[in-house]
Design a protein around this ligand. Structure first.
Ligand SMILES: [Mg+2]
Length: 238
């Protein structure tokens, strides 16, 4: 057993925990409102797009491809079929822009991940399109700090339990860190692990957790990922 095999496993979310993601989607949503302006006001456009995304998550999955399909479906619906082929082409091009956008690591992430990789085996657990997520990991400059990268369809208790079981990790030995209470914190606490919330500036409506579930548990909240090594050091001596 090499030295690294004995290090405990730390789970890290990727989007809006390690690098910016949500803000890129908001930029495209603003363009979509402009595109729909002849047929629909901003509020109605936002509501229709969200309703389409909510309805189609199970079919499309999370990520850019599903977002693009949802915009197209919404555009056809709101324009009553008057959206033209060039405009649909623009929506697809916005999706390509999202996929090709340079990775912007959040403040302090590079140094913190570097430090954490010396004290823990880092297991990235992220949902979204497989290609997109793996390409982002590769382009982040952090890939060689990670022990494993798991791209999953949904981040719920069953998924976490199955990933940990497959990797031979006891939930009680596992800590997960991320920006989403719904995806990164509650399900991990639910299977007997520990979790740390590092909020990002905005939370997607479909990521908002059930307030009753949040009120029933306690977990640390950090301003920045850079504050994590100190918290983990405290836990390890507690
Ligand atoms: Mg996230």
């Amino acid at each position: 057993m090499s030295r690294s095999d004995s290090l405990s496993v730390l789970g890290l979310d990727a989007d809006d925990t390690l690098w910016e993601s949500e803000a890129r989607f908001h930029e495209v949503e603003a363009r979509f409102r402009d595109l729909m302006a002849p047929w629909s006001d901003e509020e109605a456009t936002d509501a229709a797009l969200l309703a389409t995304e909510r309805k189609n998550i199970a079919r499309h999955g999370y990520g850019v491809k599903g977002f693009v399909l949802s915009m197209i479906v919404t555009a056809v619906h709101l324009s009553d079929g008057d959206i033209n082929a060039n405009q649909i082409g623009d929506i697809v091009a916005w999706g390509h822009e999202l996929l090709d956008h340079p990775i912007e690591l959040l403040d302090g992430v590079a140094d913190t991940v570097d430090a954490l990789s010396r004290t823990h085996r880092l297991l990235v657990i992220t949902k979204g399109d497989l290609n997109d997520q793996m390409t982002k990991v590769a382009r982040s400059g952090l890939a060689n700090r990670f022990w494993r990268v798991e791209v999953v369809a949904e981040k719920d208790e069953a998924t976490y339990a199955s990933v940990l079981d497959r990797l031979g990790i006891q939930p009680s030995d596992f800590v997960m860190v991320g920006n989403s209470i719904r995806s990164d914190v509650l399900p991990v606490l639910g299977i007997g692990g520990r979790a740390v919330h590092v909020p990002h500036t905005t939370t997607w409506i479909l990521e908002e957790p059930d307030p009753k579930a949040v009120a029933a548990v306690r977990f640390p909240v950090l301003d920045r990922l850079a504050d994590l090594p100190a918290l983990l050091a405290d836990w390890s001596v507690a």
